[in-house]
Design a protein around this ligand. Structure first.
Ligand code: HEM
Length: 466
C-alpha cells in the first residue's frame, strides 16, 4: 500500500505533493519498480554475506551436537562487550580518586546504568566460560590437526586476550575486591626468581597498584586488547574459511569417504546463528536484570580483606601456590602447560578420528575414567597437603620438599596413568593423549573450584564459602 502510494507520488511529478510528502520523498526517493528493488537489495545482501561465508556448507556441520554453537556464542559475547564497553566509557573516569565514584554514579544516576554494567560484567564472565568450553570441544573432536593446526594457536592467542581483558577490566571499579585481587595476582610474580619483581613493577607501573596501574590497565583494556581481539578473530575466521569450514562430525562407525549433503548458507546456517545470537542476548539480559555486578567499598590500600583472592580464573594458580613452591607453581608448571598446549597440534596425532567426539567409544570411557580419577586424586592431594604435610617439618629445603618432590610425584602419576590406561584399555595414542589431557584439565578445574569456593579467612579450607 505504502509503496504504491510512493510510486503514485513519483509518477505525479511531485506537483500534487504536500510538504510532508515532499520531505519524505527527499529522504527516501522510492522506486518505480519496488519488486526489482527488493530483489536487488537481496542480491547485495547475499553478495556481502558471501564475502564472509561460503555459499554452501556441509549439512552435517549444522548439527547442534557437533560444535554446540560455542564459537558463535563467543563472537556474540565479544561484540556485546565491545558495545557495552564503549557505552561505559562515557561515564567511567580512570583516576584512583574518581574511578569508584564514577561507577557509583553510573549505578545510581544514569538510566539503565546498573543494567549496562551488569551486562558488561556477566558477558565478560560468560565469554571466559564459553571460550573454555569451545576450546574443549575443539580438542575432543580432534579439530586441531592439519589443516587447522595454526587455528588452534590463534585460538590460544584469543584465549589469552580474553583472560587479560577480564583481568585488566577487573581493576577498573577500584573497589576493595578489585584492588586486592590485582594486588594478590601481581604479587605472585614476586616469587619468580630474577625477572618476577621487574615484571610486576612494569605491569603495575610502580611497587603497588596506583594511578599508573589504573591508567595502564584502562588503556590496555579499552584500546590494545580489543584491537588484538578483533585482529585475532579475523585471522581465526579466515583460517576456518581456508580449512573449508568446520570439521565434519561423524560417529566412529561412519565412513568419511562418502560425501555428505550440502546446505545453502542462507538461510540454513544464518537463521540458526541469528537464533542463537538472540538466545545468548536474552540470557545475558535476564541474568543482568536479576544479578548485580559486585561492588564493594572504595579501595583502601591500607586494609586488605580476609581472605584476599585473585579473580576466579586465576584461583587455580593461587591454589597451586598453596601446595607447591612458587618456582614450580608460577614458573615450571605454567610454562610446561603453555608449551604443552602450543604443541598439541604438532604431535603425531592420528587424523582418522577427526570429527569423532572423544576419538571413539573407548576414548569416551577413558576420558570419563580420567575425570573421575583426577577429581578424587586432586581433592585427596589437597586434603593431604593441608592436614598432614603442613604439620610435619622435616629436613630438605623448601624448594625440594615443597617443589621438586611434589612435582616429581605429579609427573610420575601422569606418566604412570598414561601407560596404565593405554595398556589396560589397549588404547591407541590419540585415546591415551586425550585421557592425559582430561586428567590435567580436571585437576585444574578442581583446584579452581577449591580456591574459589572452599577457602575462607586466612585461606583455610572451609565447607563452602559462597
Ligand atoms: C574469543 C575466542 C574465540 C572465538 C570468538 C572463536 C570463534 C570460533 C567460531 C565462530 C568457530 C566456528 C564455529 C564453532 O566452532 O562454533 C571456531 C572454530 C574453531 N576454533 Fe575458535 N574461537 C575462539 C577461541 C578459540 C580457542 C581458545 C581455540 C583453541 C585453542 C579455538 C580453536 C578453533 C578451531 C581449531 C576451530 C575450527 C573447528 C572445526 O573445524 O571444527 N578457538 N571458533
Amino acid at each position: 500500500m505504502k509503496k504504491s502510494w510512493i510510486i503514485e507520488l513519483i509518477r505525479s511529478d511531485a506537483k500534487t505533493l504536500n510538504i510532508l510528502q515532499r520531505i519524505w520523498l527527499s529522504v527516501f526517493p522510492g522506486s518505480r519498480n519496488a519488486a526489482q528493488d527488493q530483489s536487488d537489495h537481496r542480491k547485495i545482501f547475499r553478495g556481502l554475506l558471501l564475502h564472509f561465508r561460503p555459499r554452501t556448507v556441509p549439512e552435517s556441520t549444522l548439527k547442534l551436537s557437533h560444535a554446540w554453537g560455542l564459537g558463535v556464542m563467543a563472537v556474540v559475547l565479544v561484540f556485546l562487550l565491545l558495545i557495552t564497553g564503549l557505552l561505559l566509557k562515557f561515564t567511567y573516569s580512570p583516576f584512583p580518586d574518581r574511578a569508584y565514584d564514577s561507577i557509583v554514579y553510573l549505578n545510581n544516576q544514569i538510566p539503565f546504568g546498573q543494567l549496562l554494567r551488569n551486562i558488561h560484567r556477566w558477558s565478560a564472565n560468560g565469554l571466559l566460560l564459553v571460550v573454555f568450553l569451545h576450546f574443549l570441544r575443539v580438542f575432543y573432536t580432534g579439530a586441531f590437526v592439519a589443516p587447522r593446526q595454526f587455528n588452534w594457536i590463534i585460538g590460544l592467542a584469543l584465549f589469552t586476550a580474553v583472560i587479560f581483558s577480564n583481568f585488566t577490566g577487573y581493576l577498573l571499579p577500584w573497589d576493595q575486591i578489585s584492588y586486592w585481587a590485582i594486588t594478590i595476582s601481581t604479587s605472585m610474580l614476586d616469587y619468580i626468581p630474577g625477572v618476577g619483581s621487574v615484571l610486576k613493577e612494569w605491569i603495575l607501573g610502580g611497587a603497588e597498584p596506583g594511578q599508573a596501574t589504573l591508567m595502564n590497565f584502562y588503556a590496555i583494556h579499552t584500546a590494545i586488547l580489543p584491537t588484538l581481539l578483533l585482529f585475532f578473530l579475523s585471522f581465526h575466521f579466515w583460517r576456518i574459511r581456508k580449512a573449508d569450514g568446520l570439521t565434519i562430525p561423524r560417529s566412529p562407525e561412519e565412513d568419511l569417504s562418502v560425501p555428505g549433503e550440502m546446505a545453502e548458507t542462507m538461510p540454513h546456517l544464518i537463521t540458526r546463528e541469528v537464533a542463537l545470537a538472540l538466545i545468548v542476548l536474552a540470557t545475558i539480559v535476564l541474568i543482568a536484570m536479576f544479578f548485580d555486578a559486585p561492588l564493594a567499598d572504595k579501595a583502601n590500600p591500607g586494609l586488605s580483606p580476609n581472605p584476599t583472592k585473585a579473580p576466579w580464573y586465576f584461583m587455580g594458580i593461587q591454589e597451586m601456590l598453596m601446595h607447591f613452591h612458587p618456582i614450580y607453581a608460577l614458573l615450571v608448571i605454567p610454562v610446561l602447560l603453555v608449551f604443552g598446549l602450543l604443541s598439541i597440534p604438532y604431535i603425531n596425532y592420528d587424523v582418522s578420528t577427526v570429527g569423532i567426539w572423544f576419538c571413539s567409544h573407548k576414548g569416551r570411557k577413558m576420558a570419563l575414567v580420567a575425570m573421575v580419577f583426577s577429581t578424587i586424586a586432586t581433592i585427596a592431594a589437597v586434603l593431604f597437603d593441608e592436614f598432614v604435610t603442613t604439620t610435619v617439618s622435616v629436613g630438605p629445603p623448601n624448594v625440594i620438599s615443597n617443589g621438586l618432590l611434589p612435582f616429581a610425584i605429579v609427573l610420575l602419576i601422569c606418566t604412570g596413568f598414561y601407560w596404565l590406561v593405554k595398556r589396560s584399555f589397549t588404547a591407541n595414542k590419540n585415546e591415551a593423549i586425550q585421557a592425559l589431557f582430561t586428567l590435567l584439565m580436571t585437576a585444574f578445574v578442581i583446584l579452581t573450584l577449591i580456591g574459589t569456593w572452599f577457602r575462607g579467612a586466612g585461606m583455610q579450607l572451609v565447607w563452602g564459602s559462597w
